[in-house]
Design a protein around this ligand. Sequence first.
Ligand code: TXA
Ligand code: MG
Length: 307
Amino acid sequence: MPINPKYIQLIKSGEIVAFPTETVYGLGADAWNPSAIQKVFEVKGRPSDNPLIVHISSIEQVEDFAFDIPETAKKLMNAFWPGPLSLILIKKPEVLDAVTAGLDTVAIRMPNHSMALEFISRTGPLVAPSANKSGRPSPTNAVHVREDFGIDFPVIDGDSTKIGLESTVVDLSGTEVTILRPGSISKKQLEEVLEMEILESFFQTSIGPKSPGQKYSHYKPKAKVRWLKKSDSLNDTSVLFLLMNSEIETNNIVNYQGDLKRLAKELYDRFRQADIEDFDLVVIESFEDMDHPIVSALLNRISKAIH
Ligand code: TXA
Ligand code: MG
C-alpha cells in the first residue's frame, strides 16, 4: 500500500508522524532536523538524556551516521536486517546531539516492515522512539498511538505489529559485544552469527546505565502486574489472567497455551486493556519453554511492569 504523501510532507516540514514497524509503532522525525527531534521529546514527555534509535531504509545509510563500522556490525546487519535489531555504533561527529543525548555512540536499525521501509526511503532516515507517552506501554497498533496522543495525531496505520516487543539493542561500540535490551532476536541467534560469546547488561549498574533507557521504568500499566500464585482464584473478576496452560477462556482469562510468540505480540495490548477495563491486577502464569528465543525479552518487559 503506498504511503499517503501528506505524511512525507509532514516529516519534510519538520513535523512528527507515527508509523508501524515489525516490533512496535515508532514516533518518526527527520534524523537531521533538531527542532523536529525536539518535538519528539516534548510530545512523548521523554527525558532529554535518553537517546533515540535512527531508522534507515538501506544498509548504506549506516555510513552517514556511524564511524569505523566493525566486522561484527556488518555480519549482524547482513544476517538480521531488515529486522528487530538495533546496533550501537561509534557516531560520526555530524550526528545531532539531540539524537544521541550527547553520547559518542548512535543506535541504528532497519525495520522489517514494508510501510516503514517505503516511508523512510521517501523521507530519509528517521529517529523513532516507541510511539507512546513516556511510562506507557509501547503501542502495537494505531489505536494505541491515538490513545496516547489524541485522535487527530498523524499515524500511518499498518494494523497490529507482528512481534509486539521492542528490538534487541546490541552495543558494538566497545571491545565486547553486549546486549543492552533483549528483543525477539536472542543471544543465541546473535552468538551463532558472530561465533563468539556475547554479554548481557540489561540493568543499571553502580557506574550508571550503559543504555540511558534502562533507568526509566517503561512498559508500566496502571494495574499492578505479578506472576500467578498457586493460591490465586481464577474466579476473581477484578484480575486479568494471562495463562499458559489452562482450559479456561473467559472475559478476564486469556489462555495462551504455551504460545509465547502470541503473548509477546499481545502483551502491551493486554496491559492497555487492563487500564481501559479497570482491572486491578494482571496476573501472568510462568512459562515452561524457557528456551524459546522471545523468553528473555518477555521476562524483561514483564519484570519492568512488575516493579
Ligand atoms: O523496536 C524498537 O526499537 C522501537 C521501534 C519503534 O523501532 N523503538 C524503540 O525506541 O523502542 P525507544 O526510544 O523506545 O527505545 C530505544 C532504546 C532506549 O532504551 C535508549 O536508551 C536506547 O535504545 N539507546 C538509544 N541510543 C542509544 C545509545 N547510543 N547507547 C545506548 N543506548 C541507546
Ligand atoms: Mg520506548
